[in-house]
Design a protein around this ligand. Sequence first.
Ligand SMILES: [Zn+2]
Length: 70
Amino acid sequence: MVRRSGDVTNVKTYIGEQEQSCPFCGSRKVTIEEKDGICFYLCDDCGAVISFQGSEEKEDAARCWNRRAS
Ligand SMILES: [Zn+2]
């Protein structure tokens, strides 16, 4: 991973090869975040935040994420 000056130091874990890329820009620089009891996908490239109703566990969010048509 390339580190630019000014980057925050926390290491991001992007989605794995088996998961779909961002539906908006096609980037694979997508992380799964968890906040306030809901898991959501966050695209580092375009800033899209995609959450799913009832996705309290990352497994639930991942199931919804990978279920979409394309
Ligand atoms: Zn994106």
